[in-house]
Design a protein around this ligand. Structure first.
Ligand SMILES: Cc1cc2nc3c(=O)[nH]c(=O)nc-3n(C[C@H](O)[C@H](O)[C@H](O)COP(=O)(O)OP(=O)(O)OC[C@H]3O[C@@H](n4cnc5c(N)ncnc54)[C@H](O)[C@@H]3O)c2cc1C
Length: 448
């Protein structure tokens, strides 16, 4: 089956699985707690509500880690940006369920005792197994979740936010124990189902997100073999290692990179490969932007690199046609530079619109010019905001006039755009206005 056919299969199968599991959970909740609804006693609806919000919270927690777990089927079917957007939405439902769960239970049981809600909560912690751990876990998940709201996150350094977000895994472990004690788990079939569901879900995440990068490292031992200054603030790192011909990637893809020895910056950073795979080396090109990328030029040849990838669907195999309009802004040239190698090799037609502030900010210029010289089907137009120095470029932006110049028939081309978010939004809006079908427009954003 082709990648596109597999994508279609997963795009059908994944929602089916999510829905089927939700139906099974609801079925067992009704089987076990339904009597609290149809034979109500004091507080029983609240208790039933506490049960279902607890089950929903765990199921949503599982979905949260699976959505960003780099699991191949999910990545191929939807791509990380879409998965991440869903992750942000599901996160809000999760916070609501996980906050409601203890209070609904406490309110329900408090209706039957004289303890009151807070007294009931204290009683849960003192007398119900693993509830004290679960309360700590719940607090960790709530805090990490609240720190992810945009109006809070914008004040945090990426690493600080990322660190608190990874603490979620500690929270997940702490809240799991109390779920196996009585309540819904008194039904052995449901307990088995619940252990299988969570076992498979977390197992897949463990494999893809945590073990795969290590396995790739042990297999390939990626090491930096060359460092090159492309422009004043862009450097290229060439990596090599063992069995490089077995590290398969498609031009346009990216990966998350850990550079050993660049402590304390432990978080992986995503970079697109800036050259097509050649079976010997890999290349990434990085623009200095913040604390991590500003530290990168200090890195030494010989430094080990752990790669979590390849990832992403910004590839030529997503194209509907074999004529490509490639639009790059600034550092957004990297995945497009990789695609250019393959388009040239395949002898296909392409127009590259490469925009930067000044001619000196244009990376890979000599490489691109050499490809254009050798391949008449490929044209490049360099667009700058201001003409500085003696390198001649067009002064201007990728606007409607520009796009209408190169796109004779919007159905006969695929457009690949990568660059500053505002440029990508404007270009996409103009293409849609020109009638270009959505599936002919492919974009890669360098921020999530
Ligand atoms: C799919 C993808 C491909 C990319 N390809 C390239 C490339 O080829 N070349 C290039 O120069 N840049 C690329 N980037 C952007 C690059 O990852 C960020 O510029 C870099 O991580 C910034 O780190 P910093 O600490 O220097 O900056 P900071 O000032 O800490 O962050 C600047 C911005 O980058 C984002 N960011 C920071 N750290 C991370 C992280 N670990 N993971 C995700 N986002 C982060 C944050 O949203 C932040 O707003 C890509 C990003 C994505 C999502």
């Amino acid at each position: 089956m082709t990648p596109k056919q597999w994508q279609a299969v997963w795009r059908w199968l994944i929602p089916m699985l999510v829905l089927a599991n939700a139906i099974v959970i609801f079925f067992f909740w009704w089987k076990i707690s339904g009597y609290l609804i149809y034979r109500p006693m004091k507080g029983s609806w609240l208790i039933a509500g506490g049960h279902i919000t607890g089950l929903a919270a765990q199921y949503l927690l599982l979905m949260q880690v699976v959505l960003v777990g780099r699991i191949r089927a999910f990545e191929e079917a939807y791509g990380f940006p879409a998965l991440n957007r869903l992750h942000q939405t599901v996160g809000k439902w999760l916070l609501a369920c996980i906050a409601l769960h203890p209070f609904l239970l406490a309110a329900g049981y408090a209706a039957r005792t004289s303890l009151g809600i807070w007294g009931q909560l204290v009683d849960f912690v003192q007398h119900w197994e693993d509830v004290s751990l679960a309360l700590i876990g719940l607090s960790v998940i709530l805090i990490a979740g609240l720190l992810s709201f945009r109006f809070v996150k914008k004040y945090l350094r990426f690493e600080t936010w990322y660190g608190t977000h990874l603490l979620m895994y500690v929270g997940i472990i702490l809240v799991f124990g109390h779920q196996l004690e009585g309540g819904s788990m008194s039904n052995p079939s449901f307990l088995q189902f619940w252990l299988w569901l969570n076992g498979v879900g977390f197992g897949l995440v463990l494999a893809y997100r945590f073990l795969r990068p290590f396995a790739l490292w042990f297999r390939h031992r990626f090491t930096i073999t060359d460092i090159r200054q492309e422009t004043a603030n862009i450097i290229s790192l060439t990596l090599s290692g063992r069995l490089m011909d077995r590290f398969r990637l498609e031009p346009g893809q990216y990966a998350n990179f850990h550079f050993f020895g660049l402590a304390p910056r432990w978080a992986a950073h995503p970079f697109s490969f800036s050259a097509a795979p050649n079976g010997k080396t890999l290349r990434v090109s990085v623009k200095q932007l913040g604390d991590f990328t500003n530290a990168l030029p200090k890195i030494k040849v010989g430094t080990g690199v752990m790669i979590d990838g390849p990832l992403g669907r910004f590839t030529l195999s997503a194209a509907q046609t074999d004529r490509y309009l490639l639009i790059a802004g600034g550092i957004g040239i990297t995945p497009i530079r990789a695609m250019l190698d393959t388009i040239a090799e395949q002898g296909k037609e392409a127009v590259l619109l490469y925009a930067a502030r000044t001619p000196a900010d244009l990376a890979f210029r000599s490489e691109i010019d050499a490809i254009v010289k050798a391949h008449p089907n490929i044209r490049v137009i360099y667009l700058v905001e201001s003409q500085e120095g003696d390198m001649m470029c067009h002064v201007g932006r990728v606007d409607e006039v520009c796009l209408r110049t190169y796109l004779d028939d919007v159905h006969a081309w695929d457009v690949y755009v990568c660059g500053p978010p505002i440029m990508m939004e404007n270009v996409t809006a103009v293409l849609r206005k020109m009638g270009m079908p959505k599936r002919h427009i492919h974009s890669e954003r360098f921020s999530w």
